[in-house]
Write a protein that binds this ligand. Structure first.
Ligand code: HEC
Ligand code: HEC
Length: 371
């Protein structure tokens, strides 16, 4: 039987790394505190995709986009004759050519929209400069990102479905195994790689893995650095710290709207069953500080979402708000009751940065889910 070498090592390696990183990136989206890892994996995918685009221009026969078959007439003919094909395709058949390109474009759009959402919602990464302008649309960008991810899942299903159909209808061609060993059972020109192509593949694939190592190992690197400053309350308003962090976590003023702070400060003598009353000068100073830094004036994700979802503006307990309840719906009750946490209001048990006025995804402690 005739055999032809179609997919060289870099093409196959790209394929399997692309698969692995898409799966890993998808899994890492599951928990907020893995967001930095999610971005590291997504950035690696970006590297792999750029390599594949260059490979599609300067790579070997069959892997080059110019060898893909986009003729509509042949696509129709291929699909109509799927049970009794009149010809064999050494590289991608017309249907596969379209799916491949659609997958590359969709992965590209998922990555771009991911960086947009990361920049606009989290004020992090290379697109963080858009945060100031666009933070009100943070949900929209996250939805766009999710849309492209879902589109990709559909395309992957079509691709795998196509390969399986091919496996049963045209099993003698060995298309499925070709992505493992590079060979198909048909007549054609064997591919070889030039030295330039070998170097290109080493740099492209090695560089992509390099991106992963860079993002995971260098703190505050370009791709994940936060542009939301942490606040030193001790320096900004020592009285606020002394009075409002003596019994519990120092709640960031940006977590509640002005109306809530006014209401809370009106009744300090009966403050959740405690007497937290203040002298009038201190009272005035703290209230002023709270109002100046309330949720209304903050661009942070937590403030924006708090304001968007708040129904009753009289609410004074953060843990009673729609936003807080929604955000923590997956945290088991036992975790809040555990010895390490004790109360829902004990934010700092789980959020190591809350007393610096921010609540970052990557600062959520692991006890927050295990207890
Ligand atoms: C004498 C102790 C004490 C002091 C001082 C105190 N608090 Fe509290 N605070 C409490 C208690 C007790 C709770 C209820 C905590 C719980 O539910 O576990 C509470 C709850 C809160 C909550 C709601 C937390 C939630 O459940 O979402 C806010 C907001 C709050 N305090 C703000 C302040 C501010 C602002 C100050 C400073 C002006 C302050 N507290 C000073 C005892 C105190
Ligand atoms: C038992 C641990 C625990 C406590 C206590 C806790 N949280 Fe959280 N919080 C979490 C976890 C876990 C998440 C992530 C939820 C997820 O990924 O589904 C989270 C998420 C958040 C987020 C969203 C972060 C983001 O960027 O997505 C905010 C804001 C937040 N918490 C605020 C608070 C505040 C304010 C308090 C105190 C009033 C508090 N939390 C108390 C565990 C806790």
């Amino acid at each position: 039987m005739k055999r032809v070498y179609v997919w060289t090592l870099p093409t196959r390696l790209f394929h399997w790394l692309f698969v692995a990183f898409i799966v890993a990136t998808w899994i890492s989206a599951d928990e907020d505190r893995w967001l930095s890892i999610h971005v590291a994996l997504g950035s690696t995918l970006a590297g792999l995709l750029i390599f594949r685009l260059l490979w599609g221009i300067m790579g070997p026969k069959y892997s080059k986009f110019s060898d893909f078959n986009f003729k509509i007439s042949e696509l129709k003919e291929y699909l109509a004759g799927i049970f009794h094909p009149s010809r064999v395709y050494v590289g991608h058949n017309p249907a596969a050519s379209y799916i491949m390109i659609a997958m590359f474009i969709t992965v590209g759009l998922a990555i771009i929209s991911g960086f947009l959402a990361y920049g606009i919602q989290e004020n992090r990464g290379i697109l963080a400069f858009l945060h100031t302008e666009a933070f009100r649309q943070m949900d929209l960008f996250k939805e766009i990102h999710e849309f492209f991810v879902n589109a990709l899942l559909v395309l992957i299903a079509v691709h795998v479905g196509g390969v399986l159909v091919d496996r049963y209808l045209h099993s003698s061609e060995a298309t499925l195994t070709s992505i493992f060993d590079g060979y198909k059972n048909m007549e054609g020109d064997n591919v070889t790689l030039s030295l330039v192509q070998k170097i290109m593949a080493a740099i492209g694939i090695g560089g992509s893995i390099g991106i992963l190592i860079y993002v995971l190992s260098i703190p505050n690197n370009l791709l994940i650095a936060s542009h939301t400053p942490k606040i030193n309350y001790e320096k900004e308003h020592p009285l606020f710290v002394n009075e409002c962090a003596s019994c519990h976590t120092l709640y960031p003023p940006s977590l509640l709207p002005q109306q809530s702070w006014v209401k809370l400060m009106e009744d300090l003598s009966n403050h959740f069953g405690d007497d937290a009353s203040l002298e009038s000068a201190d009272h005035r100073s703290i209230l002023e500080y709270l109002l100046e830094h309330s949720a209304e004036g903050s661009r942070q994700e937590m403030s924006v979402k708090m304001m968007q979802t708040l129904q009753n503006r009289d609410i004074i307990a953060i843990t009673q708000t729609q936003f807080w309840k929604q955000t923590h719906r997956h945290v088991p009750v036992e975790v809040f009751q555990s010895d390490l946490v004790k109360s829902r209001a004990n934010c700092k048990a789980c959020h190591s940065d809350v007393e610096q006025g921010v609540i970052e995804d990557n600062a959520i402690k692991s006890i927050a889910i295990k207890g």
